[in-house]
Write a protein that binds this ligand. Structure first.
Ligand code: ZN
Length: 287
């Protein structure tokens, strides 16, 4: 075989491998989304109950299911294990999260479980007051505090990058007639990308759509979604949610976190021990 044809064959093999990866997640397989909601305000506050009689999670799930390639399940705080069993998370490609009054009631074991899956590649969409959720704060490593005001003022959500997949279909900006103001400073680590910046009628601005990567997992924070206004019925908000879960879809390969000691005898090159050691051969590292 000539050098040129050898090169052609190896390129062909790489293309075939890439096709398989794409088929595995994006193209033919349906994206599995779990919509999580603490579902407390809907049960306690008559205004919220009237807007979302079946809970905010139902409204978000309905919005996502407009996309035929997405299958959605919902989970709430009061379900056993908050609805996030090992099995559910195992079968989840993207997890969306809405929490507010009951952040502290989310069990740490479930937070650990979700974060482990995010590191492996599960997408995570934090909505509105979830900036203060245990999961989001752990992922960010900062306080995630912000300024806020509940005046029912107008919010204008500006697109910062028209080419970003999460902003697809939004023309320059969209408006939410009544919103809660979330303003700067927003105590987050610098985002990988700022997709949206919001302007509020009272003059404040806020980085309202931001992305990060943690481990193998793609993370998107989206600020609109105050419980006292019907924001999750807004067609543009729904479009952003559909775009966001698509964007956050995992890559084909899962990164399983482990920390193995590679024995000297299994080094790639012949190797002899040259110094004293703390650990015995085969021993696990400290955690
Ligand atoms: Zn709110």
């Amino acid at each position: 075989m000539s050098l040129a044809s050898l090169r052609f064959h190896s390129v062909k093999r790489r293309v075939a491998a890439a096709d398989t990866a794409a088929l595995h997640f994006g193209m033919s397989a349906r994206l599995r989304v779990t919509v999580w909601n603490e579902n407390v305000h809907e049960r306690r506050n008559p205004i919220v109950a009237k807007i979302y009689p079946k809970g905010m999670h139902s409204c978000i799930a309905d919005a996502l299911m407009i996309d035929n390639n997405v299958e959605v399940r919902t989970a709430t705080l009061h379900d056993p294990e908050h609805g996030l069993t090992e099995k559910v998370l195992e079968q989840t490609d993207v997890l969306t999260w809405w929490g507010h009054v009951a952040h502290g009631e989310v069990a740490d074991a479930i937070v650990d479980r979700a974060i482990k899956r995010i590191w492996q590649g599960m997408g995570f969409i934090a909505l509105h007051s979830s900036h203060y959720s245990k999961i989001f704060k752990r992922l960010m490593g900062t306080s995630c505090s912000l300024t806020w005001r509940e005046a029912g003022e107008k919010e204008r959500v500006w697109v910062c990058n028209p080419a970003h997949p999460i902003a697809r279909g939004i023309n320059r900006y969209f408006e939410i007639e009544n919103s809660e103001m979330y303003g700067e400073p927003f105590a987050i680590p610098a985002p990988d990308e700022i997709v949206f910046i919001s302007w509020f009628e009272g003059g404040d601005v806020f980085r309202s759509g931001c992305t990060w990567k943690r481990g193998n997992g793609k993370i998107f924070y989206f600020a609109p979604g105050h419980e006292m206004y019907p924001i999750f019925f807004n067609p543009n908000v729904q479009l952003v949610l559909r775009n966001a879960v698509r964007w956050a879809a995992p890559d084909a390969a899962r990164w399983i976190d482990s920390c193995p000691q590679i024995p000297i005898s299994e080094a790639c090159e012949p190797l002899e021990q040259k110094g004293p050691r703390m650990h015995k051969e085969g021993e696990e590292g400290y955690r």
